[in-house]
Design a protein around this ligand. Structure first.
Ligand code: AMP
Ligand code: GLY
Length: 425
């Protein structure tokens, strides 16, 4: 009789990875969870390896070779773009996440645009440029202009330039000062509409959509202030039900998966489409090759299907064929609590109070937290915690989330007050 619990290693240290750990721990197969590096929240569910950093591919491969897990789940994009999935596969270890060749969809915006064009996926029109003057010519005096560094930039590689001076500054930062080590820039059309995050699980052949979610990227209410990693989210978007999500996936994710397969670099893992819902239909703003943060914290508490089985199926070619996902019909809202100074900086060491007051109906996920020598929780990063609540509808989920988040406090805490407010059906 095989009673062994499957061993699953999660890579990453954020609230996204904590949400993945929570969802995996609900699996009927009761997996034994490991996480590298993990965080104090994840440590309640998994054995953590704080010294194995998420961008250290050699250390991850070494840990996986020692522990020999049934599955490694990669949270962030950096190890994927560096080829961690290829290295683990060489060791005969199953991994949820794309190969280096397929992760280029996130690693190079110019490459992603080229694949979208070949696949016929609707996106903003664009030009790839290698000098400031080429960039200014490509903008052709159309403002606002969208200027994107080609490579990974941790969410800081996009500038919406209001005028020629701002465009020139952004092009100079990226192409002359080599911010983010980029040697080329994508200049693209400015799209207007509502933003939507739609994720699909992919097995190299099939793209199976999750439900829709919306992310709030700016630090302040009313979408003001600088971009952040994400200050809150909700799911589903009332205007994107399951059938609309399926239609969008057929138009957006599936052709991309088909094109990557045709090229001999099949996409396995989570394909994240950041969309603008324009009057002319959905258009892609960006593709990412991993779960989004903080959308995952809002989505996974609503997923009724067994996440472990789904992630395993995605590693096998065609393994997701015919899979139907099951969802809690309630809405969810996720609020992010950020530290003093975020996003320009972040203050560490502030004492966090009140997490123990959250009721069982609320889901707390940790991101930038650490335990001090007395075991007390303190801030240790920009985004500190996320609070997720469910409710029969979006306004109730929102009220529950704000009631829960109001129980938590630390000096300098920042939270938006308008997450999921005034959302129209
Ligand atoms: P990204 O880092 O690619 O997610 O871009 C950051 C944000 O910039 C997006 O969430 C959008 O709000 C905005 N953005 C990016 N590309 C465009 C575009 N072509 N048109 C309008 N807004 C854009
Ligand atoms: N929610 C934005 C991201 O994960 O990139």
């Amino acid at each position: 009789m095989n009673t062994a619990r499957p061993k699953v290693l999660i890579i990453g240290s954020g609230a996204r990875e904590h949400a993945l750990a929570q969802a995996l721990s609900r699996s009927a197969r009761d997996p034994e969870l490991l996480a590298a590096p993990g965080n104090p929240g994840i440590a309640a569910l998994a054995r953590t390896y704080p010294d194995v950093k998420a961008d250290d591919v050699d250390a991850i491969v070494q840990l996986a070779a020692t522990e020999n897990p049934e599955l490694v789940v990669i949270g962030p994009e950096v190890p994927l773009v560096k080829g961690v999935a290829d290295r683990l596969t060489e060791h005969g270890i199953s991994v949820f996440g794309p190969s280096r060749a397929a992760a280029r969809l996130e690693g190079s915006k110019a490459f992603c645009k080229e694949v979208m064009a070949a696949a016929g996926v609707p996106t903003a029109s664009h030009t790839v440029v290698k000098s400031v003057e080429q960039g200014i010519t490509a903008v052709a005096a159309r403002y606002p202009a969208v200027i994107k560094a080609d490579g990974l930039a941790a969410g800081k590689g996009v500038v919406i330039a209001a005028d020629a001076q701002a465009a020139r500054e952004a092009l100079t930062e990226f192409l002359v000062k080599h911010k983010f080590d980029t040697t080329q820039v994508v200049v693209e059309e400015y799209l207007q509409g509502q933003e939507c995050s739609l994720f699909a699980l992919c097995d190299g052949v099939n793209a199976i959509p999750l439900q829709s979610a919306q992310d709030y990227k700016r630090i302040h209410d009313g979408d003001r202030g600088p971009n952040t990693g994400g200050m809150g989210s909700y799911s589903p978007m009332p205007n994107i039900d399951s059938s609309r999500a399926a239609a969008i996936t057929a138009q957006i994710h599936q052709p991309l998966v088909d094109e990557m397969r045709r090229r001999g670099t099949p996409f396995h893992g989570l394909l994240y489409a950041g969309l603008m819902l324009t009057p002319a239909g959905p258009k892609v703003i960006e593709f990412n090759v991993r779960f989004g943060d903080p959308e995952t914290q809002a989505l996974l508490p609503r997923l009724r299907s067994d996440l472990l089985g789904l992630l395993e199926a995605a590693t096998r070619t065609g393994g997701l064929k015919g899979v139907q996902l099951s969802w809690d019909q309630r809405a969810s809202v996720t609020l992010v609590l950020a530290s003093h100074g975020y996003p320009e900086s972040s203050r560490s060491g502030d004492l966090i109070a009140g997490t123990e007051r959250l009721g069982p109906e609320l889901v707390l996920t940790h991101a930038g937290t650490a335990r001090d020598e007395q075991g007390r929780l303190r801030t240790a990063g920009g985004r500190v915690l996320a609070v997720t609540a469910l409710g029969p509808d979006l306004p109730s989920a929102r009220a529950n989330a704000y009631a829960g988040a109001g129980e938590i406090n630390f000096d300098g805490s920042q939270m938006r007050t308008d997450i999921a407010a005034g959302v129209r059906a």
